[in-house]
Design a protein around this ligand. Structure first.
Ligand SMILES: [Zn+2]
Length: 60
């Protein structure tokens, strides 16, 4: 697992999530641990390195 820190698109707090490096491309919804809003995470790994990451508000 890979721990990644980023800002929540709702509350702008810095949060961390554990990412699964075994899946190259993933999109899923995870709740913010601070404000509990659902964040859409899109990520991409290459050779266990995080090469793409975005965290978006799903309510727009
Ligand atoms: Zn939040």
């Amino acid at each position: 697992m890979y721990e990644h820190f980023f800002q929540c698109p709702y509350c702008w707090e810095e949060i961390s999530m554990l990412l699964d490096v075994s899946v190259t491309r993933q999109t899923y919804i995870e709740d913010c641990e601070v404000c509990c809003n659902p964040i859409e995470l899109t990520l991409e790994f290459s050779d266990s390195e995080l090469v793409g990451f975005s965290a978006n508000d799903i309510e727009q």
